[in-house]
Ligand binder design. Structure first.
Ligand code: FAD
Length: 463
């Protein structure tokens, strides 16, 4: 169904299979995490089938102008649009640090977008190159959605799938048995929405950033954006050129008076919304109010695995997926069920690779997990540490405070080199630069020494 894209560059990378015990493994999803899982599993000697409901690889990075019919995404029967990308989106990580360890995300001569923080189409191009050059296309069943995953016995999983794209769609369900299942379905599709007192009688339009694509529909409008993460920041600036006013309502904003954005005369930051009124007004905690046309919830997403039937062994509770040992294995179902890509506030692609290698090695028996009791103890310790620190459950997979320790722990487990020092330093340099220059960090930076170091490192990969 998806044709293999033509080569845009020729790269080489090591791809020698390692001999290990062979299992039949189903990977659900062919985004960046599913691709890295498929590659690592195959390298370890497993046989792999990747189920992907879309017609191509890339997951989040497949931009679509289509939005969901229910703009707040609360209707359980709505037709799902997977990606949350907006047209103007550029990466928020520099490409050198963002790429896979052994497949650098370098600009390719002749390609249109050579920027250090490229647009989303360039990321998709990179992932397509990665999949093609790693020989992964043949492993992927495109247009096939997994509708149920159920354990049939120790290490036996029934994977029930349905054709949704091509072949007429709506075909009969098919069931197949696998030794292991790796869940790689992403977590930026099922929106979380803020609760606003009085919203039921408020006459304006509400939407989630999942359905934001371009600024034109907001011409001359007064828009409230709820949230303070990357998409809230980007979208407020994207809209400000056309909208009359943009009001950001952010939990992390100080109280007092609204703050005017130094670079945009029509962007105001407030503390949270107190109430929305039937006359169209929205009142903020700082005492100011505005007559508002649109409220956009940039309030994040929920982990959602509607197909997964584990008899209550794995649950999602206030956005905590658990219990999971090191955010990957449910102790009672390990190693036969695993998750890639749940952690947030990280550098995603290299992290996916480490999790993939760990899973592949554990499934083959090359890497040994602790006992179920020990894994459960580890999970409990994490939960009680979070509780003592007053850290809400919904931040369980936010590993910002121990990102590189976690990555290096994984690397140690699977015999992978530790995260390169330049990558770590670049991550922190970018974070600092972004805080200092929120409008310009993608085009002005002062870590060229690290860029040089990264390219020196890449030379050893491309030989
Ligand atoms: P996804 O890319 O979401 O892929 C999941 C795949 O699973 C999809 O293809 C989907 O169709 C498939 N699927 C889901 N359910 C089923 C099913 N039941 N059956 C079959 N297939 C199924 N990361 C960065 O590194 N840099 C950035 O600058 C950056 N910016 C971002 C900006 C936005 C707005 C968002 C939302 C994310 C951004 N990310 C960024 C994070 C990004 O999500 C990750 O980089 C990565 O692409 C996630 O990959 P994934 O494979 O885990 O999930």
């Amino acid at each position: 169904y998806a044709s293999v894209p033509t080569a845009s560059a020729s790269r080489t990378f090591p791809c020698t299979p390692i001999m290990t015990a062979n299992r039949r493994v189903a990977v659900i999803g062919a985004g960046a995490s599913g691709l890295s899982a498929a590659r690592a599993l195959r390298q370890e000697g497993h046989s792999v089938a990747v189920f992907e409901r879309a017609a191509g690889i890339g997951g989040t990075w497949i931009y679509s102008t289509v939005v969901e019919s229910d703009h707040l995404n609360t209707d359980p029967n709505r037709k799902i649009v997977h990606s949350s990308l907006y047209d103007s989106l550029r990466t928020n990580l520099p490409r050198e640090s963002m790429g896979f360890f052994d497949y650098p995300f370098v600009a390719v001569a002749g390609e249109e977008d050579c920027r250090r923080f490229p647009g989303h189409r360039e990321v998709l191009r990179y992932l397509e190159d990665f999949a093609r050059e790693s020989g992964l296309y043949g492993l992927i069943r495109f247009g096939v959605e997994v509708v149920r995953v159920e354990m049939e016995g120790e290490g036996r999983w029934a994977v029930v799938s349905r054709r949704v794209v091509g072949g007429g769609g709506g075909g009969a369900d098919e069931s197949e048995v696998f030794d292991g299942v790796v869940v790689c379905v992403g977590h930026y599709t099922e929106p979380r929405v803020a609760e606003i007192p009085g919203i039921d009688s408020w006459p304006g339009k509400q939407m989630h950033s999942h359905n934001y694509r371009v600024p034109e529909p907001f011409q001359g409008q007064v828009v409230v954006i709820i949230g303070s993460a990357a998409s809230a920041t980007d979208i407020s600036k994207d809209i400000a050129g056309l909208a009359k006013e943009v009001h950001i309502a952010s939990r992390s904003a100080p109280g007092g008076t609204p703050m005017k954005d130094p670079a945009h005369a029509n962007i105001f930051t407030h503390s949270m919304i107190v109430k929305a009124f039937a006359d169209g007004t929205v009142l903020f905690q700082d005492g100011s109010s505005a007559f508002v046309d649109v409220i956009m919830h940039c309030t994040g997403y929920k982990y959602h695995f509607p197909f997964l039937k584990t008899n209550g062994i794995v649950n999602v509770d206030d956005n905590r997926v658990g219990p999971l040992y090191k955010h990957v294995f449910p102790p009672l179902l390990a190693p036969y069920l695993s998750f890639i890509g749940l952690t947030t506030k990280i550098i995603p692609f290299p992290m996916f690779q480490l999790q993939s290698k760990w899973i592949a090695g554990v499934l083959s028996g090359r890497i040994v997990l602790p006992t179920q009791e020990e894994m459960m103890e580890d999970v409990k310790n994490l939960y009680s540490e979070m509780q003592s620190a007053g850290w809400p459950k919904r931040y369980t997979h936010n590993i910002e405070n121990y990102h590189f320790e976690y990555a290096n722990w994984l690397a140690g487990e699977c015999g992978h080199p530790q995260v390169e020092e330049w990558r770590k330093l670049m991550y922190y340099a970018n974070r600092k630069n972004r805080a200092a220059k929120p409008d310009r960090y993608r085009d002005e930076w002062d870590d060229d020494d690290l860029v040089k170091e990264a390219y020196e490192h890449f030379k050893n990969i491309f030989i």
